[in-house]
Design a protein around this ligand. Structure first.
Ligand code: 1PX
Length: 212
């Protein structure tokens, strides 16, 4: 089977499709967006496979809920939160009988979406001599790192050193020349930011931002 090619355009389209008219977030498209990002990471080489494996397993957990008998409750992040909370399906303070709820699993991806937003904004405004490893780790330290133990932070730091340079990054995004990539990033970022903010507010209003 031919390896799937990544396109930044597809990420934009899936995140756009994830927003409903009344600003709910469709889980199906949200995880499809993540699936695209996994394709991107896989094209960067095996140093990143411990990261993509974790994302893939989280996508799988959520997909199982979506295709399960209570799948209709998982149509949007909003309906998932209501359903899982009303039915006591979330471990709220320590891991117990529901260690892999939809809410806690999606929270991990949600935090990573913040990293993505910060990183892509740096990439969009970067110059020729900017280093992807620095942009990546600055964005990481501002976001996800706070939620990771020392060992993971070290491993992630080492993976960043293996990142290709800015030119390769722009190429792998498969969205035309640099100016076109920058334009597409400018279009994608407000969408990603909106999906992030809606989820963040929902989780904050339900006290779910620190789920174990
Ligand atoms: C347009 C292209 C831009 C680049 C796209 C690359 C997408 C990268 C997405 C990274 C997603 C990482 C998700 C991590 C979720 C997480 O925090 N998992 C941890 C906690 O889960 P648990 O179930 O244990 O509570 C888990 O312990 C994590 C393990 C693996 C390390 C995760 C490192 C995240 C680093 C983010 C930067 C990735 C840089 C990739 C290079 C482009």
């Amino acid at each position: 089977m031919a390896a799937e090619t990544f396109r930044l355009q597809k990420v934009l389209e899936t995140f756009r499709s994830s927003l409903s008219e009344n600003k709910e977030v469709y889980v199906k498209y949200y995880i499809a967006g993540w699936q695209e990002l996994v394709t991107f990471m896989n094209s960067l080489g095996s140093v990143f496979s411990f990261i993509s494996k974790d994302v893939v397993s989280k996508i799988q957990i959520i997909e199982n809920f979506l295709s399960g008998e209570n799948g209709s409750h998982y149509a949007t992040i909003q309906s998932m939160v209501t359903y899982e909370l009303e039915n006591d399906l979330v471990d709220l303070t320590k891991r117990g009988s529901h260690p892999e709820s939809g809410c806690r699993t999606l929270l991990r991806l949600h935090r990573a979406l913040h990293w993505l937003e910060l990183f892509l904004e740096r990439l969009r405004t970067s110059t020729e001599d900017s280093k992807t490893s620095v942009m990546c780790s600055d964005a990481y330290n501002e976001s996800l790192a706070q939620h990771h133990p020392w060992l993971i932070r070290k491993a992630v730091g080492m993976a960043f050193c293996a990142l290709p340079g800015r030119d390769t990054f722009f190429e792998v995004m498969n969205a035309g020349d640099h100016t076109q990539v920058v334009a597409l990033l400018g279009e994608s970022l407000p969408l990603i930011a909106e999906v992030y903010q809606i989820t963040e507010d929902l989780y904050a209003n339900n006290n779910l931002l620190e789920l174990p």
